[in-house]
Design a protein around this ligand. Structure first.
Ligand code: COI
Length: 354
């Protein structure tokens, strides 16, 4: 399929790479593709970045029928551009589409159109260590209709955002509140899907945590509020007595691509790893007996984020003396080297954009 390219006549000044933050600065162009039952996904085009005009009755604005992804493009030392496991993102996007009754997007079209957009905006990919170009592919339901029903028409779009670290803390330990009062998702629902509703559902508890001085919320299972699930913007890992432990994917946890990469790397180093149901009680006991050595989160935006403190009710658990643990460090270092092309990763993890 031909990808039409219309370049902006008013390019924006490039930002200072030392102060990118996360999610506030957008590049000059975006990608748009439309869907109708008659034409399927059609009219892929790279256009100047700008607002959409949407009818106030547009379905996504009312019932949240929409899905998205998060991925990154990295500038290598040699000046090249590479993506990290992008095909996994497009596979997950289609799994999310399936759950939200959205027609799947051809993965080759998704890949080729993303590369076309990146080629146009390649000068926006920052090169300072720790920076990258965050990519946000999104699909929204566009029928103007107030009946609760799957839309007939959709818009796929991709926007790009030069970024530094996701958390203000950078690669330093964050403080996380384990919520007893709220739940994020239940099995059989959409917790394992990258859809807007999961993030909307997390805001109330997130604000409450922030008021107490915590960066994020750690969610427990939605039924018994006993078992660890995820952080909402990250999956969560524990090092207990030398073993790397993370909750098994159970239908309400997002199957993170960074999560999967961390599991693969740690297994390839011959370290003990287990994906299993893990209760908050086990974490408390491990901490009390001095066996809880490290806690860290993983995500595309956050990469590896060490956790320095967990609060559960009135119990405060200090982790790794508030420092970055050795496995967190090794994983962060290895992931970064692979992502920036300084080290070869497992086959197929890196895809160059030429
Ligand atoms: C990501 O890590 O890419 C995410 O989508 C999480 C968050 C920024 C919502």
């Amino acid at each position: 399929m031909d990808i039409r390219i219309q370049k902006t006549t008013q390019p924006k000044p490039k930002p200072d790479e030392h102060n990118l933050g996360f999610g506030r600065i957008f590049t000059d162009h975006m990608l748009n593709i439309d869907y109708s039952p008659e034409k399927g996904w059609h009219n892929p085009r790279v256009e100047p970045y700008g607002p959409f005009s949407l009818d106030p009755s547009t379905m996504v604005l009312h019932y949240g029928q929409g899905v998205f992804e998060g991925m990154k493009a990295y500038r290598t030392q040699k000046g090249g551009i590479q993506l990290f496991r992008p095909r996994e993102n497009f596979r997950r996007l289609n799994r999310s589409c399936h759950k939200l009754c959205i027609p799947p997007l051809d993965e080759t079209l998704a890949m080729e159109s993303l590369k076309a957009l990146l080629r146009v905006d390649q000068d926006w990919i920052p090169s300072l260590p720790g920076t990258s170009l965050y990519i946000r592919p999104t699909i929204i339901a566009t029928d103007p209709f107030l009946g609760v029903h799957a839309s007939r028409t959709y818009r796929y779009y991709v926007i790009l955002c030069p970024v530094g670290a996701y958390y203000a803390e950078g690669f330093n330990p964050v403080k996380i509140l384990v919520t007893k009062d709220h739940v994020r998702a239940v099995r059989g629902g959409v917790g394992d899907t990258k859809t807007m509703a999961n993030y909307a559902a997390s805001l109330y508890a997130g604000e409450a945590a922030e008021h107490e001085g915590y960066t994020q919320v750690l969610w427990l299972d939605g039924v018994e509020q006993k078992y660890i699930e995820e952080v909402g913007s990250m999956n969560i890992f524990f090092v207990i007595n030398g073993e790397l432990v993370t909750p098994a994917l159970n239908g309400s946890i997002l199957p993170g691509i960074t999560r999967d990469s961390v599991l693969s790397l740690t297994r390839s180093w011959g370290l003990p790893v287990s994906e299993k149901r893990i209760s908050m009680d086990e974490v408390l006991k491990a901490h009390a007996s001095g066996q809880l050595q490290e806690v860290f989160g993983t995500g595309t935006a956050a990469v590896i984020s060490p956790v320095g403190e967990l609060k559960y009710g009135d119990q405060i658990l200090a982790i790794s003396d508030g420092k970055v643990g050795p496995l967190s460090n090794r994983l962060f270092d290895t992931m970064q080297k692979i992502q920036y092309g300084e080290m070869e990763g497992p086959e197929g993890w890196v895809e160059e954009v030429r």
